[in-house]
Design a protein around this ligand. Structure first.
Ligand SMILES: C[S@@+](CC[C@H](N)C(=O)[O-])C[C@H]1O[C@@H](n2cnc3c(N)ncnc32)[C@H](O)[C@@H]1O
Length: 194
């Protein structure tokens, strides 16, 4: 067990815990089994909201049960649509967005995220971010289409204006094809700086 460098998902949760406060608004762009949604719900409670998207209804139902058992369903709005439509579902600005790309562990490995919709969701998500907000993307490349998704994602993010966004990548040099983490931070205004 590595304390500072555990798996990518846990590292992303630390960044989110650093940024999110009760009352904040967050988005889980790929709800799946709901583990990230639950983390977000805990961090923004009380008083906050989490919007969660997934294209698999069965996954959302399972996630809903799990979050309900933790007593946090009232904080969460689950939406059975692709993340590329997120602008249609809420009007607030958001403080954090999480993507966990690839297929659902334990689910159908043929249902995966897709480069075009992932990039479109990111374009929309960047427009929704509050100053000082973050986007964490856990990227798997092992599935079919995974490498192409990485290529399109990095090409798009590499072109973002460095005066407005900082884009970082945390990859492991000795863990084979383990997922890596991309973190995007939107510049804070002086008023937003804490
Ligand atoms: C790696 S899993 C997510 C794991 C999840 N975060 C968890 O904690 O269990 C990826 C998920 O993305 C979903 N997905 C694929 N394309 C999507 C899209 N366009 N919009 C939203 N979700 C999508 C899949 O259905 C799958 O459940």
């Amino acid at each position: 067990m590595f304390r500072l460098l555990p798996n990518t998902v846990r590292i992303s949760h630390r960044y989110l815990a650093e940024r999110l406060r009760p009352g904040d608004v967050a988005v889980d762009a790929t709800v799946g089994n709901g583990n990230d949604t639950l983390v977000l719900a805990r961090l923004v409670s009380p008083g906050g909201r989490v919007y969660g998207f997934d294209i698999q209804e069965a996954a959302l139902a399972k996630a809903s049960d799990m979050i309900s058992r933790h007593g946090l369903l009232d904080v969460v709005t689950l939406i059975h649509r692709g993340h590329e439509t997120m602008c249609e579902y809420f009007t607030e600005k958001v403080d954090a967005i999480v993507f966990n790309l690839g297929y659902l562990p334990g689910g159908d490995h043929n249902i995966t995220t897709n480069p075009a919709t992932t990039v479109r969701a990111l374009e929309n998500g960047l427009g929704l971010l509050n100053p000082g907000g973050v986007i964490c993307i856990v990227v798997y490349t092992g599935h079919q289409g995974g490498k192409e998704e990485q290529r399109q994602l990095e090409a798009y993010l590499g072109g973002l204006d460095k005066k407005e966004f900082c884009v970082g990548k945390l990859d492991f040099l000795n863990r084979g094809s383990a997922p890596f983490l991309i973190i995007i931070e939107k510049k804070a205004t002086l008023e937003g700086w804490q």
